[in-house]
Design a protein around this ligand. Structure first.
Ligand code: ADP
Length: 171
């Protein structure tokens, strides 16, 4: 089941919420800042350990930490592509984010996962195309992995909510 909701992802009680992190894993603005503020220091401590071990996280890849004080049990941090015009594998990397985040969710026995609109903030990915990639990639994954029962697209703004809803109606 895939649903779209309008709101703040830090308030969502699911097994895992996904963070649109940056490659340092050291926190940042936007949804990343909101998650670290609401979830507390335990999340950053685990991110630091992961960064020390593997030098951060590459674009399109994902890592998992505790949810700290959040209602979600886990945070899956994935690094979205920065939009440089579309000829630098931005679309593939964005699809990788959704796939790799869901893979980690399955490996950690998560049945419900919430995503923000990855890369559509300061990373400037065009929102309409980002919505198409998000919905297509998640639907494809769910058709092969019955372990995940629910995916929520948590939209912070009107525009993303309308675009994601439009894509879901096409399915
Ligand atoms: P990126 O660097 O991947 O573009 P941003 O955090 O700048 O990440 O933006 C990604 C999306 O997350 C944007 O659509 C932004 O509106 C949204 N966003 C920001 N704060 C929250 C929040 N608390 N919950 C859900 N979505 C959020």
């Amino acid at each position: 089941m895939i649903e779209v909701v309008r709101g703040d992802i830090t308030k969502i009680a699911v097994d895992a919420i996904v963070n649109a992190a940056n490659s340092s894993l050291m926190g940042g603005g936007g949804v990343d800042g909101a998650i670290h503020r609401a979830g507390g220091n335990a999340i950053l401590e685990e991110c630091k350990k992961i960064a020390a071990k593997q030098g951060g996280c590459e674009t399109g890849k994902a890592v998992i930490t505790t949810g700290g004080n959040l209602p979600a049990q886990f945070v899956i941090h994935t690094v979205g592509p920065i939009w440089y015009g579309g000829n630098n594998h931005e679309r593939e990397r964005l699809a990788d984010c959704y796939k790799n985040a869901l893979k980690l969710a399955v490996e950690n026995n998560c049945k419900s996962v919430a995503f923000p609109s990855i890369s559509t903030g300061v990373y400037r990915f065009p929102k309409e195309e980002a919505a198409q990639i998000a919905v297509r990639t998640v639907s494809e994954f769910l058709s092969k992995h019955i372990e995940i029962e629910k995916v929520l697209f948590v939209c912070f703004d009107d525009e993303n909510e309308v675009l994601i809803s439009k894509e879901l109606h096409k399915m």
